[in-house]
Design a protein around this ligand. Structure first.
Ligand SMILES: Cc1cc2nc3c(=O)[nH]c(=O)nc-3n(C[C@H](O)[C@H](O)[C@H](O)COP(=O)(O)OP(=O)(O)OC[C@H]3O[C@@H](n4cnc5c(N)ncnc54)[C@H](O)[C@@H]3O)c2cc1C
Length: 397
């Protein structure tokens, strides 16, 4: 483990793990004062926004180097937030860094980096399949110096309390390629016509503030044309660019969760007695789950780090098969390891006395967001089959 990873682990163990029991019982907003305090501590340690280039206050790491820190942060549900590299802000920061104008960087990127504001990413629509992201209805029509946006989105994570949304909207409906019809536009959430309809209840939980998924209506929502990110019609390409590193971030966070669940599973199996001299760990069924989990987590980590390395050296496009492979592979390992850990804990596993039930509920969505399993499998399989003469269409996701 690198020195920085060790430093992060030690800090989280001492200052953040102790907050977890409260986190499982309180609203996110109630936790904010303590979390803000931890965020200030992270700044003094020089570990704030570690994913960023040094000129923006980060550690100037490669994706593969940051991935290893991300695993450490993923071991607690509060880790990424405390280091200010939580989704969706991390992805929006990457977009603004790569495509923002100087004015956009001053207005949106720098406050985001300083942790003064939060943001959200608004692409998926209830009436259209998120798994075919080039097919959407939300439109941004030019009117003088403005865009006027109308549309309906949902699953805009962390919209409540966010200062701005990056909205995917069709600006060039007549473009020949469906991949060149949409653009990304910055919409401050206090713009008239930005209507947060509700926070969607997910697996029995509505959440609050950062921990939400919102349904939003954009009704004659007018923003200046200078809020366009990058070129008109490049929204899809920019989203693809964002999703490559984004999937590394998710996968390494999931591996952090797997490691913590694995440790909980092993220590409980040793501690829990089925009879005076018979620990649960003596069962060969449990031993087999432990061996399988260890092999799967190790394999997952190697695959993700290899993919991160390829993105670092050859770019996200060259690594698109690997990105699809890790997205569904690691999401499924996560479900398996969490499920086994819960089973080992028996009734305790489904209580909110441990993190396992929270993660099980929260991370079921891992197999859906950022491309459902099926789409990643189909896409990668079609591309692989092409090498053997298959002429089917490979969908771009
Ligand atoms: C917790 C959570 C957070 C999210 N956060 C955000 C966010 O911040 N911003 C945002 O814009 N979106 C967000 N999303 C939306 C997410 O990206 C979409 O849910 C996802 O892309 C799938 O789209 P859909 O829900 O419309 O499913 P659909 O596209 O309708 O697909 C339904 C199901 O059909 C299956 N399927 C689809 N295509 C095929 C195929 N070709 N062959 C076989 N099966 C197929 C898949 O199993 C899929 O799950 C979030 C979603 C969740 C659950």
């Amino acid at each position: 483990m690198s020195n920085r990873a060790q430093e992060i682990r030690a800090f989280l163990l001492a200052a953040v793990y102790p907050l977890e029991q409260d986190f499982l019982r309180k609203n996110f907003r109630e936790m904010l004062p303590e979390l803000q305090q931890r965020r200030e501590q992270v700044k003094t340690l020089g570990l704030w926004t570690p994913h960023l280039p040094e000129q923006y206050g980060g550690l100037g790491l490669s994706l593969a180097e940051f991935a290893q820190l991300s695993e450490e942060m993923g071991r607690t549900p509060l880790g990424h937030f405390v280091f200010n590299c939580q989704a969706p802000d991390i992805g929006n920061t990457e977009i603004l860094l790569a495509h923002g104008t100087e004015e956009q960087k001053q207005t949106y990127l720098l406050p985001l980096i300083r942790g003064e504001i939060r943001s959200c990413f608004s692409m998926t629509e209830p009436e259209f399949p998120g798994s075919n992201p080039v097919w959407m209805k939300t439109a941004a029509v030019k009117d003088g110096d403005d865009y006027v946006i109308n549309g309906h989105k949902w699953f805009t994570s962390s919209a409540e309390g966010a200062a701005f949304a990056i909205v995917m909207a069709v600006t060039n409906p007549d473009a020949k390629s469906p991949h060149q019809r949409a653009s990304q536009i910055i919409v401050p959430t206090n713009t008239p016509g930005f209507k947060l309809v509700r926070n969607i209840s997910v697996m029995g939980h509505v959440g609050d503030d950062y921990a939400t998924h919102a349904e939003i209506v954009y009704e004659n929502c007018r923003v200046p044309r200078k809020n366009l990110l990058g070129q008109e019609g490049s929204g899809f390409a920019m989203a693809q660019e964002r999703l490559g590193p984004g999937r590394i971030h998710h996968c390494m966070r999931w591996i952090g969760i797997c490691e913590r669940a694995f440790e909980m599973m092993c220590s409980y199996a040793v501690k829990r007695r089925l009879a005076p001299n018979k620990p649960l760990a003596a069962s060969d069924i449990i031993q087999s789950w432990i061996a399988e989990s260890r092999a799967e987590i190790n394999a997952a980590r190697l695959m993700v780090l290899d993919t991160a390395h390829k993105i670092d050296h050859e770019g996200a496009h060259a690594a698109r098969d690997e990105i699809s492979l890790i997205k569904f592979f690691v999401a499924n390992i996560l479900q398996k390891v969490l499920d086994r850990a819960i089973q080992v804990h028996g009734g305790l596993g489904v209580t909110d006395d441990t993190l396992l039930a929270f993660w099980y509920r929260q991370e079921r969505a891992a197999r859906i967001y950022d491309g459902p399993d099926e789409i990643h499998k189909l896409t990668v399989a079609k591309r692989l089959l092409r090498k053997f003469g298959f002429d089917g269409d490979a969908q771009r996701i």
